[in-house]
Design a protein around this ligand. Structure first.
Ligand code: A2P
Length: 346
């Protein structure tokens, strides 16, 4: 058998799916065999990887035996159906959906924060929602020195978080507005015009007045950072930006946190880059984060409304660190630490 790993991608034609391939190429992930799956509409399409064409297969024909990893980013229903089959076949499913994130026997992982949780997987590892990832990357190292009590996070999420069709919708609506026309709305993408607008509703509504996306920030930050009683409140907003999610985060710690000390600490955190000079108009923006794997943080300041509070602004590319890169890093950590095979019951 030649060196490398047998990798499958479910949703290979999608916004995140294509990014999986791009990130594997860039990181020289050792791929010995590659299988690509999407809907029957894409059957027979060719996608290049490392200069070689691969044919997309319809997911309904998928067999996972013989694979080492299957990267999944299609829909929650597809993950629910396919990830257990992947695990059953002996491969590791790395899943971008929310289908398994809250299951007690599925690790939810941002490798810079809790890579060791991969060790107890039973065939499925979930990655967090793309707005949670950068928030915990910044908060976890601060929490390690001054325990976190509460976070209030307001997110500004790009349309690519809703998939390739949503990016097309923003482009078409923006062009229509530039022509002086009223943009058409595809209700299957967003319920309102997104061009020149903000939509304070992402994912489904909940009975408690929060959206499911806001609930995800609550549940996922607790699970990833292992702080089961962390108080979290989020407001998630869709903004007319193609790529990269931003968040304004107000964090309350057990003791006062000096902003300069926090800034200095964050300068040494792998994967995080501090850009913080308000007077010089230097702060992270989606245009800085788009297309790269860095989580950018700035506007770090003491919260004038709370003695133990710290405020910051964080930006990262939702398709890369928020999805594809995080997944590939999990695969790399599983290989490096020999966590590929499922943990056996004690
Ligand atoms: P397809 O391109 O054939 O529709 P995005 O997040 O950008 O919307 O991409 C969603 C991904 O999920 C695409 O690769 C899409 O394939 C795939 N997908 C959607 N529906 C199905 C399905 N029923 N079976 C398999 N893959 C699907």
């Amino acid at each position: 058998m030649s060196a490398g790993y047998a990798v499958g991608v479910i949703g290979a034609t999608g916004a995140v799916g294509r990014e999986f391939l791009q990130v594997m190429e860039e990181r020289r992930f050792p791929v010995r065999e590659l299988r690509l799956w999407a809907s029957p509409r894409s059957r027979g399409k060719q996608i290049e990887f490392n200069g070689k064409p691969y044919t997309v297969e319809a997911l309904e024909d998928a067999v996972y035996e013989g694979l080492d990893f299957v990267l999944i980013s299609a829909s929650g229903d597809i993950s629910r159906a396919e990830a257990p089959r992947v695990a059953q076949s002996g491969a590791l499913a790395i899943d971008d959906s929310s289908a398994f994130r809250y299951d007690d026997d599925v690790p939810l992982v941002v490798p810079e924060v809790n890579a060791e949780d991969i060790a107890w997987h039973k065939g499925i590892v979930a990655i967090p929602n793309c707005s949670t990832t950068p928030i915990v990357q910044v908060l976890a190292p601060l929490h390690a020195v001054n325990p976190l009590r509460r976070i209030i996070a307001d997110t500004y999420q790009s349309v690519s978080g809703a998939g390739g069709r949503a990016m097309g919708e923003l482009a078409e609506q923006t062009a229509a507005q530039a022509r002086g026309e009223t943009p058409a709305v595809d209700p299957d993408v967003f319920p309102h015009v997104i061009a020149s607008n903000l939509i304070p509703s992402i994912d489904s509504p909940r009975d408690d007045g929060y959206s499911k996306e806001e609930w995800k920030v609550w549940a996922e930050s607790r699970k990833i950072m292992h702080i089961p009683d962390l108080a979290v409140s989020a407001t998630c907003v869709r903004v007319p930006v193609f790529r990269a999610h931003s968040a304004a985060v107000h964090a309350e710690f057990s003791e006062p946190f000096d902003a300069d000390e926090a800034r200095t600490m964050l300068e040494d955190v792998p994967g995080v880059q501090v850009v913080d000079d308000l007077a010089g108009e230097q702060y992270p923006m989606p245009s800085d984060a788009s297309g790269n794997d860095t989580t950018w943080v700035g506007r770090i300041r003491q919260d004038m409304s709370h003695p133990n509070g710290l405020v910051f602004w964080v930006v990262s590319d939702n398709l890369r660190k928020g999805a594809a890169t995080n997944s590939i890093q999990i695969a790399e950590a599983a290989i490096a630490n020999r966590w590929l095979k499922q943990a056996q019951p004690a």
